[in-house]
Design a protein around this ligand. Structure first.
Ligand SMILES: *Cc1c(COP(=O)(O)O)cnc(C)c1O
Length: 376
């Protein structure tokens, strides 16, 4: 596979590195010379679990995550079938005690989704209260993040939940809010591996795979061990983080191909230079596109304050809205796909995660300049 001719800016499932696609394609036919496909590898086999002499798909992926994210031994790394949306429920089952409460900082669509899912547990009184506190505001028609004053954090809360990068709104915390002694829980679905962070600042972080580490329907949960234990009544084993951790994430059949692919992407990140280099690339890619917006004399408009703009998801508008379909069509003709905004907000959006080569961002920035000159 040479250089790509077509780049997808889809918010997820997202573009993957060429080298990963090649390894995956090979393994689909014959995994590591075994004569069987990776799709046929048993989760109870030595290929998967590892042994003294073989590395094992699962320990390989888990160790790679541990190293890349500097996860210390007092945290568990769990892989779990299902999307980030499943974890919206599981974090409540596992972290909020019966009759307890949790707070959610609302910064846009995904934090609201996490919040409204958590609200379900209030019915029947399993938890006492799920509370939303506002973290977003508008200044001069531009979205920005509001500091949460310490008084708004309830010291009795089991956790405070944030969505550090809002995939749809394109707004991103540059530094995380300080919640004092209350554990911070973060949905890092759209930014994991693209920024450096200290896991010690969090009680738990979770992320789905299809943005920054591969295929849909797999999530990772990294959680401080002392937070594991009692779960809410009605929690079944496959939702129970402690049981999952004890069973190496294989209570039932885990998504073997997805966990294998996550390991391939982790290998790619390592080869590139680790998370530090991924953060640099996210800076460079997003910088190219934001410059194309900011230097367009108002032809393109960003709805987000410059200080809190996302480095992964860049929503933008055309001053002349009637050109939107033409923009998407002409971009497509150039091999630049999936630039439509989310169906709930419209406009345009470029999503660029771990797998997006700098070249893709350059091509998009060039196309935007060309399009502005042609239609401006
Ligand atoms: C994509 C996304 C989700 C939803 O993930 P699913 O795997 O579709 O459930 C949740 N949170 C954020 C921040 C996302 O970007």
């Amino acid at each position: 596979m040479g250089d790509r001719a077509v780049f997808t800016f889809s918010p997820g499932p997202a573009i993957m590195p060429n080298s990963v696609l090649e390894q995956l394609a090979e393994s689909i036919i014959d995994y590591n010379g075994t004569g069987i496909s990776i799709a046929e590898v048993s989760h109870r086999s030595r290929e998967y679990t590892g042994s003294d002499s073989t590395r094992g798909i699962f320990p390989h992926t888990r160790t790679a995550f541990k190293e890349l994210l500097n996860v210390p031994d007092n945290y568990e790394i769990i892989f779990i079938g299902g999307g980030a949306s499943s974890e919206f429920g599981n974090i409540v089952r596992n972290l909020v005690p019966k009759g307890g409460l949790a707070q959610y900082i609302n910064t846009g669509n995904w934090s609201q989704q996490a919040y409204s899912t958590a609200k379900v547990f209030e019915d029947g009184g399993l938890v006492q209260r799920i509370e939303s506190i506002g973290g977003i505001e508008e200044i001069d028609d531009l979205k920005t993040l509001r500091q949460i004053p310490p008084g708004e954090i309830n010291p009795d809360a089991a956790f405070v939940h944030i969505t550090p990068n809002e995939t749809i709104g394109g707004i991103q915390y540059q530094t995380f809010p300080n919640t004092g002694k209350v554990p911070l829980v973060a949905d890092m679905s759209s930014e994991i591996f693209t920024r450096e962070f200290g896991i010690n600042d969090f009680g738990a972080v979770y992320a789905c795979a299809q943005k920054n580490f591969g295929l849909p329907n797999l999530s990772v949960v990294i959680i401080r061990k002392d937070l594991l234990g009692d779960v809410l009544p009605g929690t079944i084993p496959v939702e129970d983080y402690k049981t999952l951790a004890e069973k190496d994430s294989a209570i039932n059949t885990p998504p073997v191909v997805e966990i294998y692919t996550a390991g391939l992407i982790a290998g790619y990140i390592k080869e590139q230079g680790g998370v530090e280099e991924m953060a640099r690339q996210a800076d460079e890619r997003s910088g190219l596109v934001y410059r194309a917006i900011d230097k367009s004399n108002g032809f393109y408009i960003s709805p987000v304050q410059p200080g809190v703009r996302s480095k992964l998801n860049i929503p933008f508008l055309l001053k002349d809205k009637s050109l939107e379909d033409t923009f998407k069509q002409e971009a497509k003709n150039e091999g630049l796909l999936e630039l439509g905004g989310h169906r709930s907000v419209g406009g345009l959006r470029a999503s660029m995660y771990v797998g997006m080569q700098i070249k893709g961002a350059e091509m998009l920035a060039h196309f935007m300049q060309y399009f502005a000159v042609k239609h401006g």
